[in-house]
Design a protein around this ligand. Structure first.
Ligand SMILES: [Zn+2]
Length: 340
């Protein structure tokens, strides 16, 4: 049992040595507590890895934390976000306004940000209720699952691809595409100090959410991508990891292997469950059968929606591996074990 998770109130900005600092930035009302924003020194001004959640308290913590470490938020040269989620990209726009910094993210997440901006509001609600219905959620539950959501992040000025060097004068910070948690998630390898910023891809005590949206998509395999991305990071060997939540840790390869095992086991358990229930099942029915950190009946509609996304990603991975068959063309879509 990991017990090193401490609340935001006990976190402090830290000098990690080698021109790298971390600033914990709170995520108000979220059990994850905080995002670790990293600042990397350069003669042109610090470059931030992630920016934190868009909230006045978070802004206070970020600008105050940088100041406590001797940096002015107005001197930030650029913000590279590991992925588009609001606890990472949320404050990037405000940092850009205060400093004239560029914002960079992977091109696949940049494309999603453009979609989010285009489909904000009613069009998004219609898209989501449609998706929930096709997954077998009941209509009342579907309505409740569509709670408030944060505004889309600021669109980036620069788009990164795998292997690109980030604009960080005098240093070498390279983008490593690690799709899974999002299609455009990147880790960042600080080659001159041999450290890896892992975003949400590899965290020391928890595993990131890997879902598929809409749930019934059959042209992508986020969990398969995620497992490959774990292998890729494991290939870096026992580097020090600087993750976006929890705490920094040694030996990123060992942790990546552990997370891979966790998902392989989860896939095996799902195969066993499907073998016990040979009739075609909806995504919602499968999600309700799986084990979550709380019983299904106690999950809020929003958490059920996320659990269904995760169930869908596991079903899709099993389908790609040839263990599950999809009954497409029916609504809701159903899945069935192939080898039971
Ligand atoms: Zn996160």
């Amino acid at each position: 049992m990991k017990t090193r998770r401490r609340p935001y109130i006990e976190q402090r900005p830290q000098d990690l040595g080698g021109g790298v600092w971390s600033v914990p930035v709170p995520i108000p009302g979220n059990p994850l507590g905080y995002t670790l924003v990293y600042a990397v020194e350069s003669p042109a001004g610090p470059v931030l890895v992630d920016a934190g959640w868009n909230h006045p308290e978070a802004w206070e913590a970020l600008s105050g934390g940088l100041a406590a470490l001797g940096m002015d938020v107005a001197s930030v040269h650029g913000v590279v976000v590991t992925h588009f989620h609001p606890d990472h990209a949320g404050l990037a726009g405000q940092v850009r306004e205060a400093s004239g910094a560029w914002i960079a993210m992977h091109e696949d997440d940049a494309a999603l940000v453009r979609l989010m901006i285009e489909y904000a509001g009613d069009a998004h609600d219609a898209f989501q209720s449609d998706m929930l219905r096709r997954a077998g959620a009941d209509p009342g539950e579907a309505r409740e699952a569509m709670g408030g959501r944060p505004a889309p992040p600021a669109p980036p000025d620069r788009e990164l691809r795998d292997g690109d060097l980030v604009d960080l004068p005098g240093r070498r910070l390279r983008a490593v595409h690690t799709p899974g948690h999002t299609p455009g998630h990147i880790c960042l390898h600080l080659e001159d100090a041999d450290r890896l910023f892992t975003g949400d891809h590899v965290l020391p005590g928890i595993t990131p959410h890997v879902g598929i949206y809409p749930y019934d998509r059959d042209d992508i395999d986020p969990l398969g991508d995620f497992l490959q991305s774990l292998d890729r990071v494991a290939g870096f060997g026992p580097l020090d990891a600087l993750p976006a939540h929890e705490w920094t840790f040694p030996d990123v390869a060992a942790r990546a292997a552990e997370i891979r095992d966790h998902h392989e086991e989860k896939l095996q358990r799902l195969r066993a469950l499907l073998a016990e229930r040979p009739e075609p099942l909806t995504i919602w029915e499968v999600a309700a059968m799986m084990t979550w950190n709380r019983p299904w009946d106690e999950l809020s509609p929003m958490l059920r929606g996320m659990a269904a996304g995760e169930a869908a990603a596991h079903l899709r991975a099993l389908e790609v591996q040839g263990h599950v068959r999809r009954h497409a063309g029916v609504e809701p879509v159903r899945f069935q074990a192939l080898d039971s």
